[in-house]
Design a protein around this ligand. Sequence first.
Ligand code: ADP
Ligand code: MG
Length: 305
Amino acid sequence: MERPGAGRVDACPDDRLECAAAARRAAIASRRPSTVPDQNVVEIADLSFSYDATRHVLSGINFAIPRGKVVAIMGGSGCGKTTLLRLIGGALRATKGSVRVFGQDVAGLAPDALFAMRRRMSMLFQFGALFTDMSTFDNVAFQMREHTRLPEALIRDLVLMKLHAVGLRGAEGLMPSELSGGMARRVALARAIALDPELMMYDEPFAGLDPISLGVIGQLIRTLNDALGATSIVVTHDVQESLKIVDYIYFVSEGRIIAEGTAEAVRASKAPFVHQFVWGEADGPVPFHYPAADYRGALVDARPR
Ligand SMILES: Nc1ncnc2c1ncn2[C@@H]1O[C@H](COP(=O)(O)OP(=O)(O)O)[C@@H](O)[C@H]1O
Ligand SMILES: [Mg+2]
C-alpha cells in the first residue's frame, strides 16, 4: 500500500524477503497518525439512517470499536448490518449522528481524504467473488499492482506470503474454477489483506461454507487480525462460530443495538432476544408467526355460509 514512507522500495537489495519485511516495518511505523485521538478505530454516535423517507433502517446506534479487537455485529437478515458497514466505509452518509473512523468524521471528508481513508480499510464482501479469468496468484496481486509501485519481484514475494498465511501457497497457479468453496473464500481473504489494512470488515464471511471451512475461516479472521495488528468487524448471523473468535458482540434488531457483551456474557445471557438468537429458538421476542388477524376468527370467516 502506498502510505507515506511505506511501500517505496523500488531500489530493492538482493534479499527480497528482508526487503519485504522492511517495507512492512515501514508501513507499520507510518500508521498511528496523530489524527487518531484515542484507541477507538471506529466510533458511532447516535447514528440513524434511512434509504427513503418512509422507513428507518438504523435508529440511534452508538458503539465504539477499540484498536486491535475483533468485534461481531449480529442480527437477523435485513436488520441493517450491511448498511452499517457501508456507512463505516463511507459509501453511505448518516441521516443523523456521526460515524468516525481513524478519528475522522466520515461525512466531513472531501473525496480525496475519503479515498485515503478507504485505502486503510478492506472489506470482504458477502459472496465476495474472485476474478474468474485470473489465477489465484493474480487475484491476490491485483490490488498491489493497481495501488502500489512495488516491483513485480517484490509483489511475488508479498503474494506468496499472503497465500501462505491462508494456507494456500501451493494453490497459486489454480484458477478460481479449480478451487473448492472454502479455498475460494480463503483466497478472497488473502486478497482482502493484500495491502495490510488497519481495519478489516467482513460481511457474512461464513455464508455457505461447510463446517470445516467455516472453522478455518473463523480462525483465520482471528489470527490475521492479530498478526497484522489490525482491527476487525465481523457482520454475521453465525453465532456459534463468532463466539469462538470475537472479543465483543453487538446485537442489532430492527435497526437498534439491543444487547452487547463479551462471548461469555452473551452465552450466559438471559435477555430474551439474545437467548433466542444464541440458542436458535424458533419462537421468542422474534415471533414465529407473521402478524395476522385472530386465527379462530379467520377460520370461521372463511367457512362457506
Ligand atoms: N439500496 C437500498 N435501497 C433501499 N433499501 C435498502 C437498500 N439496501 C438495503 N435496503 C433495506 O434496508 C434494510 C437493511 O438491509 P441490510 O443492511 O442489507 O440488512 P442485513 O445486511 O442486516 O441483512 C433491509 O430492509 C433492506 O431491504
Ligand atoms: Mg447483509
